[in-house]
Each structure stands twice: as structure tokens, then as C-alpha cells.
Unconditional design. Structure first.
Lengths: 681, 136
């Protein structure tokens, strides 16, 4: 074995493991009577292939087990029969084969003996297969489920080979190539960088001013073309990282079967929408959550056969995974037709704490007065935390005696998402658009027990200041504040902020392992100007009103609006952030003429801060134009210039400037003091 | 292991970062605060298209600083990358043996260098401290 090239061994193991997955699927279909001869044929072929390649890489024991499986199936094939009752020993043989493929030795003796015994018994009984199926089911024994394995990534966007049965068709093998997931992640990273790079170039050209020729139509055209190319590229790579849901649900049929046997119930798993595509990153996080829900359905949902019959149900329970894609969201429902959640618990759930939360709470509480309920709840908080960390939400519906459905809603990917950018205390935040219902202006609030709410179409929605929820310590909200109606897991909250900026598609990056313990964020997005917007977790936001302070919506006067005029982007944004952090509303303009049209369009501009040297219309000219308008004669104007030239100062004062600041001596406090002094007049 | 260190100042005090731990020195740049993060976290910033955490060495060592830091030293340990905010970067020098005793657990020791007491920063401990310090 040691002489075999590790890379070849790796390829063999990956391939064999996929074949084994398909064999398990076929065997379960065979056992449930869902499949016949075609499954026997495909099982025979898979075993034959594994036998051949295992021999070549020197895994003798694996080859021997595969050979035994092949023999049993070959006999059945030759006799043209479907050996339903051999499914169980064959399943256990595949488990041993999996271990042998992984390099374990001494795993075959028992299973081979069992397989031979079962085959002998089967041959001597000479019972027709279909009568067997109608009679008592063969004694099944739970066997350990195969260890969960990272799904391989196939570059075509489909699994390297589709399962032989079920809804997906088999693709010609040569159309796919294998690529390690790491390489595709690196490609996606680089493409994301390219998107950002493109935005930076656009931003520079749009805001860079002099000398960059942003008016040139050809440059605009090329930029537009570049944008399309980069988008295509990004889509293509995301597609590559996409796998169908079946990549994680395939081993689950087996897991449900084994669990059902262990719990003394009869249950089968049904998967609908197995071809629903999801980003691999999301799938990885989803697998544990779905497995846990299935375990719950078996252990606490589906009743034993006699109990089911008394309730007028079919003896075998139905557990189903149903997946549907809605735009950029994927909805996965895990349901069972079992006993449902007791009525008294159904009553405990309210709008602010859904059934799922009530159960999860029962699971973590140490009081064991209702052990079954506590058992059901165990681990649900982890499921919830996992789904929320993927930007999703969880909802549970149940009817006593009828069944339970848990619905997980997660975005198709976290790598790329549409967010609504908003501003609070001079800082930018993003909220995933899929969680934003609408944007409202808060003109009136109602309060109860000191908590604020707004009325929207005859319903009251709790209102919170974003700054209070995340603990940002921003100045009081502008009046009237804007609020977004955020929903998650069936809860809604009006989140108040200073300004809604715009909708944008962003590349989200993790905040990193060091900040993993800080709740409230899905990550951070780098914006076109190189700045950062923190992406807020909708689940965290909507859980806020229960535990946090009421919205701080003081009846303060509307803060003054300041117009900042400068041809340099950096200077404009620096002044904007200083002024906004101090609570002012800020508008910006790139030169004198743009400033004039702003003042015309927005009569509530209370003060102007302007540069002197600017293209088109300079600061002095702007000053003159403003003063020539009688209604603006008293509008305070602060001149800012690069040099402390006496000549500039004299001209400014002559034309009626109210204050004069020098850029090279520029400091925050001087600007704020000047603005405050002039506005107080 | 090299004796070369990147010498920095924090609120008038002198500190040294082992040169192997430092991948880059950059301007302080624009740092977005992360509400809810531990007190030692100034925020996150964009460095070459990556989102990096910015830690305040002054807060780590419990000293007061006036105004904003001017520079960051980008450090990396076991593939965790972060920026350490400092007031200035003095240069790269070979330090004498760290023979002086120190109180802070975030220092590996201290050395006398040209009349100044220089604290040798334990970069992995400083990084792990983020997860141990409570939020505001």
C-alpha cells in the first residue's frame, strides 16, 4: 500500500465514497420496495468498479468485500430476482467497505459471514420476492451511519455523477472535472477583489475631478462593459461553488432508516427539490441543522406503528424534506406526520417568541418536569444559532396529533448579497434586502410600558433606535427619523436610523475569528470608496425589543443641514463624517454651480462650508452668487482654503464670508466650534 | 528566531514587535467602529481588499492616549491577521537581551535600548486577548 501515490489513493477514495453513497441510496430504495431490477443492476456495476480499482491501489480487503457484494448481486441478477431481504446485510457490507476503503483492516470477517449466511438462507427459502415484501419486514438492525463527509465540488455545477435513481438524470462523466473546493474559493475571492477594484476605478473617475476625463463617453462605455464582464465572471464562479441540496441529503435517507430502527418505529424519508442549488458554504452549515431536525422527527415526532394505527394513520411515518428556491432565498421545510407538539405548548408561543423558541428554551432549561418536551428542545438553540449565522431564520408549525413542520429560510449565498445601506451616527450599515419589508418615515409613535412602537396599517410594530440595539452610542436621531421594517423568524421590528443611503449588491467578508463572539453582524462589506459597512444580522435586530432599552426618540428639533462644497472627494467625505458624527445633516457638492443648485433645491440648508479653489465656479464666486439672492443674504458661509493667504482672507471677508478656516491647520474641533457658533446666531 | 524587532511608540512609551510577526506597516486609515466589540477593538478597516480587525495597543496596555493613532502594524499569527494601532513606527532594530522584568502579561519581557525601556510585545497573547476581554 505504501508504494501507491497518495494522490491516486485520494482520487480512488473520493470516487469510491461517491459510489458507496449511491449504493446506500439504491439499497434503501430496494428495501422500501421503491426500486427493482434497475437498482440491482446499478448496485452490481458500482460494486464491480470498486472491486477493480481497490485491487489496483492495493486495498485487498476492500476488493474482497466489493467482490462478495458483487457475487451476491450477480447471483440475484442471473436468477432475475430482487433480493429485498438481502438489503440489510448488504447495507452493513457497504459500511465495512467504507471502512476498508479508508484504509482500515480486519473489518470484513463478520459482514462477509453474515452476507453468506443471508444469501444461503435466501437461496434455500425460494420464496418469491414480492411475497416477502408483503409479509413481515425482515428484522432490521441499526448500524452506525457513515461519517458525514464533505461533499465534493463538481465544476459543472452538478454532482460529478447524478444519482442513478430519483429526479436527477445521469450526466456523461466526461463533462465534469474535479477541482478542490479551496481552489474555487480562491477564485471566488479573486473575482470579488476584481469587483471591488472595478468599483474603486468607477468611483475615482466619478469623483476624482480634474484631469481624469470622467466626461469621456468612451471611458463610460468601457466601464459599463467591464462591469458586465465582472458580473458574468462572478456569477460563473458562484455557479461553480453551487451544489444541489442532494449533496447533503443523500446520506440522510440512511440515517433516518437507522434511527427509525433504533427507536422501534417505521419511517421513511422523502426528499423533494433535491436539485435546489445552494452555495457550498451554506450547505456545509446546513447539514448539521437538518440532521438534527430529522433526528427530532424520528425520536419525538413519529409514533410507534400500533399508536399510529389507533390514531387512524398509516403504520409507517412520513418524514419529508422539501426545498424551494424563492429568488435569492432557499426555503427548506423538514416535516413529519407524527404526534405534533402538545397543545399547552402551542399556546405558549406568541408573536414575539415563536414555537421554535419556546421549545428551544425548554431544551436549555435544566428543569426536567416535561422530559419529552425538554428532549425535543435539546439542541434547537444550536440549530437556530447556526441558521441565523447563515443570515437565515427558522419557523416551526405544529398541530397536536397531526405533525410538525420546521421551515428554514436561508439566502442562496452569503458571498454576494443585496443590502439596503443606511446611516446611523455617521457610520454606514447594511441590512440584507430579503429581510427588509419597507422603509417608513416615523412621524408618530405610540408607547406602552415605556416601549415605543409605530402604527402601520392598523398593526403596531415595536420601534428601536439602531444605535441602542447594537450599542453604538450615536447622537440622538434626526427628526423625523427613517425606519426600516425588518423581519426575521416571523418577528418584525421598526429599526430607526438617520438616513437611508441606497440599495447595493455587496461582497460580504467575515469579521474574522477574533470577533466571532460579537453578536449582531453577518460580516462586513467593502464599498466602492474603500469604506466599510457592517452587515447587520436581521435575527439579532428583531430579537432586540424584549431585552433592550426602549427607542430613544426624544422630541428634539431637526438638526441643521450643512452643505459641504469641495472638489476633492476625500475632503468632502472627511468633513461629512465629522459633521454627521456631531449630529448635523450633511449634503455635499463638487463645485460652486452644483452647490447653487443644491441650495435652490433644498431650502433647509442652514450653513455652507466651501473650498475656495475649485473648477467651474470657485468659492469666491459661489459666495457672491449666494449673497446676491436676497433670501440667502444671511446664510452663514464658512470658507476653507489650502493656504493661509492674506489675500484670500481679505477677498472672502469683503464678499461677506462669516468665517475662514485653513486646510493645513484643519482640525475637527475648529470646524465644529465654528459651525456651532454660526448656527447659534 | 530573529532578534530583529519593529520598534513602535504608543502614548509616548516604547514597544517592540518581533519582525517575523509583522507583515506590513500602514497608515492608520479609515477605521469603522464595531459596536458591541471588546474595548481593545478600535474597529475594522479595509487593507488591500481584506477586512482586518484594528486593535488599540494603548488599551491593551492600559495607557491613555491623546487623539487617534497614526499607524498600524499588520501582524499575523496562525493565519489570524490583525492591525495593531500605534502612534509611530520608529524603525527595525536588533534589541539587546530582554533582561528587565515586566508586569504586563502581554509582554514577553523588556529591554533597555538607547536609554529607553522597550516592552517586547507577545503578539499571539495580544490577539487572543480580544476574545477574553468583555464588551463595553
Amino acid at each position: 500500500v505504501s508504494e501507491i501515490d497518495p494522490a491516486i489513493l485520494e482520487v480512488f477514495r473520493e470516487e469510491a465514497s461517491e459510489r458507496l453513497d449511491r449504493m446506500v441510496e439504491d439499497l434503501i430504495a430496494l428495501e422500501e420496495g421503491r426500486s427493482g431490477k434497475e437498482a440491482v443492476d446499478s448496485l452490481f456495476r458500482e460494486a464491480h468498479s470498486i472491486k477493480g480499482s481497490a485491487g489496483m491501489v492495493g486495498l485487498e480487503e476492500a476488493a474482497a468485500i466489493a467482490h462478495a457484494i458483487e457475487d451476491v448481486l450477480g447471483t440475484a441478477r442471473a436468477a432475475d430476482e430482487v433480493p429485498t431481504q438481502l438489503a440489510d446485510p448488504l447495507l452493513r457490507a457497504t459500511d465495512a467497505l467504507r471502512l476498508a476503503v479508508a484504509g482500515k483492516v480486519g473489518v470484513s470477517a463478520d459482514v462477509l459471514a453474515a452476507l453468506t449466511a443471508a444469501e444461503r438462507q435466501h437461496a434455500s427459502s425460494e420464496t418469491p420476492a414480492d411475497e416477502d415484501r408483503a409479509g413481515a419486514p425482515p428484522a432490521k438492525e441499526p448500524v452506525s451511519a457513515p461519517a458525514a463527509k464533505e461533499p465534493p465540488v463538481a465544476v459543472s455545477g452538478e454532482p460529478a455523477e447524478a444519482p442513478p435513481s430519483g429526479e436527477a438524470k445521469r450526466l456523461p462523466e466526461r463533462r465534469s472535472i474535479r477541482a478542490s473546493a479551496d481552489k474555487i474559493d480562491r477564485l471566488l475571492d479573486t473575482v470579488s477583489e476584481t469587483v471591488l477594484h472595478h468599483r474603486r476605478v468607477e468611483h475615482l473617475l466619478a469623483n476624482g475631478g480634474r484631469g481624469l476625463g470622467h466626461d469621456d463617453e468612451r471611458i463610460d462605455e468601457e466601464l459599463g462593459r467591464g462591469e458586465l464582464l465582472v458580473e458574468d465572471l462572478q456569477d460563473a464562479v458562484l455557479q461553480m461553488r453551487t451544489l444541489p441540496l442532494s449533496a447533503i441529503t443523500r446520506p440522510m435517507r440512511r440515517a433516518v432508516r437507522d434511527l427509525a430502527v433504533a427507536h422501534g418505529i417505521d419511517a421513511a424519508l422523502e426528499v423533494n427539490g433535491a436539485d435546489t442549488p445552494l452555495d457550498r458554504m451554506m450547505l456545509d452549515g446546513l447539514s448539521d441543522a437538518i440532521t438534527h431536525l430529522l433526528r427530532n422527527a424520528v425520536a419525538h415526532g413519529v409514533e410507534p406503528p400500533d399508536e399510529r394505527e389507533r390514531a387512524g394513520k398509516a403504520p409507517a411515518g412520513r418524514i419529508a424534506i422539501r426545498a424551494v428556491q424563492h429568488g435569492s432565498m432557499v426555503e427548506i421545510a423538514v416535516s413529519d406526520d407524527g404526534r405534533g407538539v402538545p397543545r399547552e405548548l402551542l399556546h405558549e408561543s406568541t408573536e414575539s417568541a415563536g414555537l421554535f423558541e419556546v421549545l428551544a428554551q425548554a431544551g436549555v432549561s435544566t428543569a426536567k418536569e416535561v422530559s419529552d418536551v425538554a428532549g425535543r428542545g435539546v439542541g434547537l438553540d444550536a440549530v437556530k444559532a447556526r441558521i441565523e449565522s447563515l443570515g437565515g431564520d427558522v419557523e416551526m408549525r405544529s398541530e397536536a396529533g397531526v405533525g410538525t413542520t420546521v421551515t428554514l429560510r436561508i439566502p442562496f449565498t452569503l458571498a454576494l448579497m443585496r443590502v439596503l445601506l443606511l446611516q446611523r451616527g455617521g457610520q454606514l450599515f447594511g441590512v440584507p434586502l430579503t429581510s427588509v419589508e419597507e422603509v417608513v418615515t416615523v412621524t408618530e409613535t405610540v408607547t406602552l410600558a415605556g416601549r415605543a412602537a409605530i402604527e402601520l396599517r392598523n398593526r403596531s410594530i415595536p420601534l428601536c433606535d439602531l444605535s441602542d440595539i447594537i450599542g453604538a452610542g450615536a447622537p440622538a436621531l434626526w427628526q423625523p427619523p427613517k425606519a426600516l421594517i425588518v423581519t426575521s423568524s416571523g418577528r418584525r421590528l421598526a429599526v430607526a436610523c438617520d438616513r437611508i443611503v441606497e440599495e447595493q449588491e455587496v461582497v460580504t467578508k467575515s469579521l474574522g475569528i477574533l470577533l466571532a463572539g460579537v453578536p449582531g453582524y453577518l460580516g462586513a462589506a467593502i464599498l466602492g470608496d474603500g469604506g466599510i459597512a457592517l452587515i447587520l444580522d436581521p435575527a439579532f435586530l428583531t430579537q432586540a425589543p424584549r431585552s433592550r432599552a426602549p427607542a430613544r426618540l426624544r422630541a428634539e428639533p431637526v438638526p441643521s443641514k450643512v452643505l459641504v462644497v469641495d472638489d476633492q472627494f476625500t475632503v468632502r467625505e472627511l468633513q461629512r463624517s465629522i459633521l454627521e458624527a456631531a449630529g448635523y445633516r450633511v449634503e455635499t457638492a463638487r463645485d460652486g454651480s452644483e452647490a447653487l443648485s443644491r441650495i435652490g433645491a433644498e431650502p433647509d440648508v442652514g450653513l455652507v462650508v466651501t473650498d475656495i479653489e475649485m473648477p467651474e465656479m470657485d468659492g469666491i464666486e459661489l459666495l457672491r452668487s449666494i449673497r446676491s439672492e436676497p433670501k440667502n443674504a444671511a446664510l452663514p458661509i464658512v470658507m476653507v482654503t489650502a493656504r493661509g493667504s492674506e489675500e484670500d482672507r481679505r477677498r472672502g471677508v469683503e464678499e461677506g464670508a462669516d468665517a475662514y478656516l485653513i486646510k493645513s491647520e484643519f482640525n475637527q474641533q475648529a470646524l465644529l466650534d465654528t459651525v456651532e457658533r454660526l448656527l447659534a446666531r | 528566531v530573529s532578534d530583529l524587532h519593529v520598534l513602535v511608540t504608543v502614548a509616548g512609551e516604547h514597544y517592540a514587535l518581533p519582525v517575523d510577526a509583522v507583515s506590513e506597516v500602514a497608515e492608520y486609515g479609515t477605521v469603522a467602529p464595531v459596536p458591541g466589540a471588546p474595548a481593545t477593538v478600535l474597529g475594522v478597516r479595509n487593507l488591500h481588499g481584506n477586512v482586518l480587525l484594528v486593535l488599540d495597543l494603548a488599551t491593551v496596555f492600559g495607557i491613555d492616549r491623546e487623539g487617534l493613532p497614526q499607524r498600524v502594524a499588520v501582524v499575523e499569527h496562525e493565519s489570524v491577521k490583525a492591525c495593531l494601532a500605534v502612534d509611530s513606527v520608529v524603525g527595525v532594530e536588533v534589541l539587546p537581551e530582554a533582561a528587565e522584568e515586566v508586569e504586563s502579561r502581554y509582554l514577553r519581557g523588556a529591554a533597555l535600548n538607547g536609554g529607553a525601556l522597550v516592552g517586547i510585545v507577545d503578539v499571539p497573547l495580544v490577539l487572543s486577548a480580544v476574545r477574553e476581554t468583555p464588551g463595553p
